[in-house]
Design a protein around this ligand. Structure first.
Ligand SMILES: *Cc1c(COP(=O)(O)O)cnc(C)c1O
Length: 465
């Protein structure tokens, strides 16, 4: 044991004073930092006892404390999405508008009138506000909101077709995002699946032939994340709705993406709109809140009074209900949607889609210049493509500008994947694209503030070595 080493161990307060801990004191509070410093000193003491010679000056111990504080970081953290996939399910899909964030914070902090009618002083319905907005925005007779669109599908089928048959085209029996397999969802709902047509062709007559006394509904699912190209044929929801109504059964339209009205935003083609499904006569149109709507995760059902009333009365409705924070975010998002120009400016997803290519190029040049000048990285700007993602129109390329970092990479990162991993483990984590031996940073799904975070993340990484 080295007595001199033991004697040299500094006091907790001496380490706490080091500048490297100032930010942590602010963000984590004094107790957490004191605990980390104590643990760092204890670790060093153990190493000295074990006959090793660790650095025991105040800065080295502050550094150890920072590492310990870092491992105590929350597992769910904000990341910079430099992948260029705007609706990245792995990265939480749509970022919320400031208005939605504020609405969430307000109701999260205290109590709210979630199920309380302030006027009459009695029990109210939690989704009244958003349902009114949804009716106004889509023209639907009625609306319902649940936890997500997968839940909405189970709920609609359970409410409208439990124990009976639902007809669907083989071309639409899909798997979305690896964990949403339609046939499995059918099974959970209690409805029986009746497949018609082939993968590439289904005709109205195929549906007509399949309708029997036990048929409850026809379901159309928008094939969001894949496209069968070439020799294909499918039936429009208008014809399906007509056929359904001739036989007194329901037409259900799962459009997936949540574009409310046709015509916007840019770079989005071939996405069915909610309003179109309703005008075509569908009894229920379902979609996600966190795809093109740019709101919180939820599943939205709009449609006829009759169909939605059965859905609202289903016991599953209670199991799939949304919480106050989701409702607050959804209401604020829908309010922005009342004015398309406001939506374009405030809803991050829409703002990202509307960013002109020239502006992305200019921002990318600024980042690349810092990479070259301050970090001596081999960086340039190239044109590339972003994607909407998230089970929405994957084949639609969106022009973008990316910062490309090419080899040689700064030591100790010898490969693009090692550097990418280091950036993912940084603060904030940055998720980049790896392509042809290079790292690409796509600014399409980033704010200008995040451009600076990207630069700072790189700086922290390079300074740490
Ligand atoms: C994304 C999608 C779903 C699943 O929606 P979640 O909100 O992720 O549960 C269902 N159907 C279609 C057509 C989709 O695109």
């Amino acid at each position: 044991m080295s007595d001199s080493g033991m004697r040299r161990l500094p006091a907790v307060h001496a380490v706490l004073d080091r500048p490297g801990l100032a930010d942590w004191l602010l963000s984590q509070g004094r107790q957490a930092v004191v605990d980390a410093v104590r643990s760092a000193i204890d670790e060093a003491r153990e190493e000295l006892r074990g006959g090793r010679e660790p650095a025991v000056d105040v800065d080295a111990l502050a550094q150890r404390a920072v590492v310990l504080l870092g491992t105590g970081r929350p597992t769910l953290r904000p990341v910079v999405n430099a992948t260029g996939i705007l609706l990245n399910t792995g990265l939480g899909r749509a970022p919320l508008a400031e208005e939605a964030i504020e609405a969430v914070m307000k109701v999260a902090r205290g109590y709210c009138n979630l199920e309380f009618d302030l006027d009459r002083g009695e029990r109210g319905k939690r989704t009244d506000g958003v349902e009114a907005l949804l009716r106004r925005l889509t023209g639907a007779e009625a609306a319902a909101v649940v936890n997500n669109n997968a839940g909405a599908t189970i709920l609609a089928l359970h409410a409208l077709a439990d124990g009976r048959e639902v007809i669907i085209s083989r071309g639409q029996l899909i798997e979305i995002g690896g964990s949403f397999r339609l046939p499995e969802i059918f099974e959970v709902s209690g409805a029986r699946l009746k497949e018609v047509g082939t993968t590439n062709k289904t005709r109205l007559s195929d549906y007509a032939r399949a309708i029997g006394p036990d048929t409850a509904a026809i379901l159309r699912v928008h094939p969001s994340n894949y496209r069968i190209v070439g020799f294909t044929e499918d039936v429009h929801i208008k014809e399906l709705s007509q056929l359904a109504h001739e036989h007194g059964i329901f037409a259900i339209d799962d459009i997936g993406s949540g574009l409310l009205a046709p015509g916007c935003p840019p770079h989005v083609r071939d996405e069915p709109a909610v309003v179109d499904g309703l005008t075509a006569g569908a009894d229920v149109v379902m979609f996600s809140g966190d795809k093109l709507l740019g709101g919180p995760q939820c599943g939205i059902l709009v449609g006829t009074r009759k169909a939605i009333a059965r859905i609202q009365a289903d016991p599953l409705m209670r199991a799939l209900r949304v919480d106050k924070m989701t409702l607050a975010a959804l209401e604020a998002t829908l309010r922005l949607m009342l004015d398309p120009s406001l939506a374009r400016a405030r809803i991050p997803l829409w703002a990202f889609l509307n960013t002109p290519l020239d502006e992305l190029r200019r921002r990318a040049e600024t980042v690349a210049e810092t990479f070259r000048a301050a970090f001596r990285l081999n960086a340039d700007v190239i044109d590339s493509t972003s994607f909407l993602g998230g089970g929405s129109a994957p084949a639609e390329p969106i022009p973008t500008a990316v910062v490309r970092v090419s080899p040689p990479f700064p030591a100790p990162w010898t490969t693009e994947s090692a550097l990418a991993r280091a950036l993912r483990l940084g603060e904030p984590p940055v998720v980049a694209r790896i392509q042809a031996g290079c790292l690409l940073f796509d600014l399409r799904a980033m704010t200008e503030a995040e451009d600076r975070q990207l630069v700072e993340a790189f700086r922290a990484l390079l300074e740490a070595v």
